[in-house]
Design a binder for this molecule. Sequence first.
Ligand code: ADP
Ligand code: MG
Length: 285
Amino acid sequence: MGIQFKNVSHEYVGIKTKDEAIININLNIEGSGEFIAILGHTGAGKSTLVQHMNALLLPTSGTLDVFGQILPPKKRERINYLRQKVGLVFQFPEYQLFENTIIDDIAFGPKNFKETKANAYENAKKAASMVGISEDLYQKSPFRISGGQMRRVAVAGILAMNPNILVLDEPTRGLDPLGRDEMMDIFKNIHEKENKTLVLITHDMDIVSKYAKRVVVLKEGKIVFDGKKEELFIHPNFKDFNLDLPTPLKILKYLEEKLGIPFEPKYSKEELVEYLKEAKLWIIK
Ligand SMILES: Nc1ncnc2c1ncn2[C@@H]1O[C@H](COP(=O)(O)OP(=O)(O)O)[C@@H](O)[C@H]1O
Ligand SMILES: [Mg+2]
């Protein structure tokens, strides 16, 4: 189960031009346990790709299998239920808040997916606690809280539907460094505690390096890399992907060059600091 793309292309038909946004995509995503980062420049096709995962967009050629549902669907086949299975958090999701209270906004999704009212609010409260929205905020207006909190409410609204796969389109964009780390720790928790598959679009290589297990790189609508994070940074074609190296790897390369500290890949600030503590002893000796 999970999601399988088979030769999927998507062409936006505009007034003047036809624009093939993703081309011949073959991609398998497991229904649990994955943490995938989707990388690529603006216009590479990332958003188009992920909107196929819950049938917001349908392939113009090729097929998808999303938890057994074949897309494009047969005539009159209902596919709305896929929005519950694969939860998609858009860029700037806080723009889509609209209810009078925070808790009503979070419960909107499950109410819509035919949960009983009691269950919907039960799910909403659980989701609120997962994103660190405390009970005293439930009855507040979602428009009278900080930007970071608004985004967490929007994420909770998707979590409340208990999707198998959570897809996040640039969830840390526009957040300050602290807000960014808090948001990522929320996702890490969801991934670890509930074993949910996470698919994350980001431009932030430090986030990729610290959190992702697998990376898919898109270039001009095509997949140019799909593999383990550890393999990406040492890939012979890495330069062609036009990606930056994550900060810990940059620092380690520099230290090797300038101080001869042996290069050993580290993927987060925390791992880097641990390694440098040892390296310091090594220099003094
Ligand atoms: N609604 C749309 N109509 C027409 N073209 C679109 C639309 N959305 C995206 N595109 C085009 O499809 C290509 C891929 O866009 P997108 O999937 O948004 O890339 P990314 O998310 O990587 O920035 C771009 O050339 C973009 O201009
Ligand atoms: Mg995009």
